[in-house]
Each structure stands twice: as C-alpha cells, then as structure tokens.
Design a protein around this ligand. Sequence first.
Ligand SMILES: [Zn+2]
Ligand SMILES: [Zn+2]
Length: 370
Amino acid sequence: MTLSYRAAILHAPKTPLVVETVTAAELSGDNVLVRIKAAGLCHTDLEVIEGSLRYPMPIVLGHEAAGVVEAVGPEARGVGVGDHVVLSWNPHCGHCFYCDRDLPILCETYLTNGPKAIGFDGAHHAHRADGGELKQLMFLGAFGEYAIVAAEQAVPVPKALPFDRGCLLGCGVMTGVGAALNIASIGHGDAVMVIGCGAVGLSAVQGARLAGAAAIVAVDLDDKKLDLAEAVGATMRVNAGREDPVAVARKIGKSGRGVDVVLEAAGNPAGFRASIEAVRPGGEVIWLGKTDVEHDVNFRWGALMGEKRIRRSSYGGTRPARDFPLLAQAYLDGRLKLDELITRHIALDQINEGFAALKAGEAIRSVVMF
Ligand SMILES: [Zn+2]
Ligand SMILES: [Zn+2]
C-alpha cells in the first residue's frame, strides 16, 4: 500500500520551507517506519536553510524527533511496532575502521552517506508527487508525518516520556549533556563555564551538574537565556555584553588560574576565543558550537599555552541505545529538566515562523507537534 504524508521541504537555501504531500518508499531491509509525533527546530536545520551548511535538495529537514514505530522491515531488530522511540542521527555500521575504534560518529558509511542526505542503507526513502527523489537530512528528515529510518536510529524509550520532551533528547539535549558526561572529564567540585545558553548550552549546564561540578558559570548575551540557565542548574551568570567572561573565569579559579572545563556552545568566533582564554592550564575545552564551515577562527597563541586540551564534539560521544533511555529516565525522575527548553509548540504549517524565531534568538526550542 502506498503511504502519502505531509512534509516540509526545502527546495533551495534562503527560501521558505514548503509543506507538500510526499510518498514513502516501500519498507525494506532493516528500516522502520516511524510516525513522527514531535520534532524540534535545531540550529543545524537553520544552517541548511541559511546555506552555511550545504546539502543536496529538495530535502526534508528535521533531525530531532520522537514518534511511534508503525511498521518494521524484515531485517529490523531491537524495535517493534508500537514502541515509542527517540530518533538518533548517528547510525553506524559497527565494523569499519572508526567503529572498531569506538567512534561511531566517524563511521565510514555514516560519513559517506550523510552528505548525500539519503538513508543509511544508501537508498532514497521518499519521493515527491512528481516522482522526484526526496533527500532526508541526517538520515532522518523528521519534519514530516512519517520517516523511514534504520532500526538502530529508532531507540525505544519509556511510554511515560511525553513526545515533545522526548524529541529534544535526539539532538540538542544529548549533544550538551553528552559533552559534559561522555567527553569532558568533569570531576566533583570542578568549576565549569558554559558559553552560549541555547538548547545545547542549557543541556551542557545540566550535564555539568550531573557530573558533580560545584560551580557552573553560564555565559550568554541574553538575560532571558541566563534566567533559564539558572533554572536548570547554573550557579553563576555572566552577560558577556556587560562583563568579560574570561575575567570572571580567572576570579573563580584559585590564584587566577581559570575554570577547569569550558563547554562552548555559542558557535561564534568570540565564543571559541573566550573558551581557550577562560580555561586553566591543564584544563579542558570542549567545542560544541558551529560556525560557517568556510570561516576562519583566530586565537591568541599565548592562550593555548599550558597544556590545554581542546576537543570538538558533535554529538556528545553518544551511544543512543545506551544514552537515550538513561536521559529519558533522568527526566522522569526529575534529575534532567526538559520543560524549560520548550519555548512553544507549533503546527507543521508554522515551521517558517518557528525558524524565524530561532534565528532571532527568541526561541530555545519550538517543537512541531503532529
Ligand atoms: Zn540538531
Ligand atoms: Zn562504521
């Protein structure tokens, strides 16, 4: 039976998304059909719309979603019809050079097929009314009523987890919490600075709290975002428009050393520079933010001295099957705050307004409800 559904499609950079009726391909192999219930609007989608991140088109964006498994392919394992799932954008083959080195984020099949915006199996999983192939962002394409994804991308979570909260785990929350818990080595009593308090930064604040940091300094230019940072666990706030975060960091660290760990989630050159200046010698900087892939970022060479460690993380060292259920339970237990990250719920037809709000910095997360 042919399945038709509505999806928001980007035809060219810097143009509005268009909601169209599209058709799903036949379910095969280890793919599963997911009925999307909620999908968050993330900065990475915005980067594709703005053209700073390049993908083939027409494409269905959306890579932070939760839903219900509606059907499974003949080889699908680990997930069944009716399961509530949070979707991962990092499928991996399990047996390539990088998978063997426990780096699924660098899996060769993932890196080969990702830029093509096709399924992990190398196939297109939806087409337009005229029969033309449709691309899907990050093996997902979640701004539609349905998506066909690899079984390992659909991670079962407790049914008590609301879909609008659950979707956030798939990208922004996992990226931030994971960076603090899986990538950084935050010790009990450490001082941590988080630069940029969007969804990823607010999640990094929470990861630092869960890791046992004693001082968590939130940095942003927006007082409302700093309010949220305090609401989710920051112990200090710095509005970088009025106060120099580096000077604050050096006052917190003993003898002006700087903070132990900096998690950068602002994605601008000033944030990257400040992150290196603010960390103490021997400390650790984790970069989560992104700027245009063709842009240069400059540093003061002296800021790098002192055996500082700098690491880029794109998905927080995530192992979705392990981490999504843990984060879901942390929310249900009250240890992870997700309600605070949702600015508004919108319909699919309001998606362009949602991205305008994200671009204007007015929204942490707008969540499309289906
Ligand atoms: Zn994202
Ligand atoms: Zn691999």
